[in-house]
Design a protein around this ligand. Structure first.
Ligand SMILES: N[C@@H](CCC(=O)N[C@@H](CS)C(=O)NCC(=O)O)C(=O)O
Length: 210
C-alpha cells in the first residue's frame, strides 16, 4: 500500500490531490508542524534523511521530493493518465513545468518568506526578490492565457507541481493583475478530487478559502 507521509499545511497536499484524481488506494501518515518554529517534527527524518514532506513509501521504496514522487506515481500507478504523448509539444512542456515549479518558481517566494524574518535588514534584497516574483508570475500568466492547463489543454502531472507556487502567491495577495493565474487556481480548487484531498489532508492554508 502506498503511504503519504503528510505534513499539515504543506506541499504534500498536492500529492493527495493526484492520488484522489487517480482514485488509487493509499494511506496517510500524519506529521504536525511545530507550533513555534513551523518546522516538521524530527520523526519525519526516520522516513527520509531530509526530514521534509512530502515523502511516500510504496512497499520497500521511499521517495522524497514532490516532482520525483509525482513522476513515480505516474510511472507506476496511472495507466498513462496525466502524461502527454512522448515526442509531443505537450510532453516537452509537461517535463519543463514538472522541473520548473520547484526549480525556478518557488525560489523567490521562499526568499520573500525567509527575508521577511529580517525586517528592515532585508530592504536591500526586496527589489530583486520582487522582480523575480514578477518574472515568474508573468511567465505562468503567459502560458495560462494561452492554455487551459500549464502544459497545454489537458491536466497533466505538471499542474500538480505548479499549483503550489500559485496557491502561495494567491494566499499572499500576489495575483493582482494575473487573471489567468487566478482563474486557473480557482478552477483547480473546484475539482472534486482536489476537494476530497483537502478534506483528507486537513489543515491547509493555501486552499479555496484563503
Ligand atoms: N522541494 C521539496 C521541498 C520540500 C519542503 O521544503 N517541504 C516543506 C513543506 S512545504 C517542509 O517539509 N518543511 C518543514 C521543514 O523544513 O522542517 C519538495 O518539493 O518536496
Amino acid at each position: 500500500m502506498l503511504t503519504v507521509h503528510h505534513l499539515n499545511n504543506s506541499r504534500s497536499q498536492r500529492v493527495l490531490w493526484l492520488l484522489e484524481e487517480l482514485g488509487i488506494k493509499y494511506e496517510i501518515r500524519r506529521y504536525e508542524r511545530d507550533q513555534t518554529t513551523n518546522r516538521a517534527p524530527a520523526d519525519l527524518k526516520t522516513i527520509h534523511p531530509l526530514g521534509k514532506s512530502p515523502v511516500i513509501t510504496d512497499g520497500d521504496k521511499t521517495i522524497a521530493e514532490t516532482g520525483a514522487i509525482i513522476e513515480y506515481i505516474l510511472d507506476n500507478h496511472s495507466d498513462g493518465r496525466f502524461v502527454p504523448e512522448k515526442g509531443s509539444e505537450e510532453y516537452d512542456n509537461y517535463r519543463h513545468f514538472m522541473h520548473y515549479a520547484e526549480g525556478s518558481a518557488m525560489l523567490p517566494f521562499l526568499l520573500a518568506l525567509y527575508t521577511s524574518y529580517l525586517g528592515e535588514a532585508a530592504a536591500p534584497l526586496n527589489p530583486i526578490i520582487m522582480r523575480e516574483i514578477k518574472s515568474q508570475l508573468d511567465y505562468m500568466e503567459y502560458h495560462l492565457i494561452r492554455n487551459e492547463y500549464i502544459a497545454g489543454d489537458e491536466l497533466t502531472g505538471a499542474d500538480f507541481m505548479v499549483i503550489f507556487p500559485l496557491e502561495a502567491a494567491k494566499t499572499r495577495g500576489r495575483l493582482k493583475g494575473y487573471d489567468a493565474c487566478k482563474d486557473y487556481v480557482e478552477k483547480i480548487h473546484k475539482r472534486p478530487a482536489y476537494l476530497k484531498a483537502l478534506s483528507k489532508g486537513g489543515d491547509y492554508a493555501f486552499g479555496p478559502d484563503n
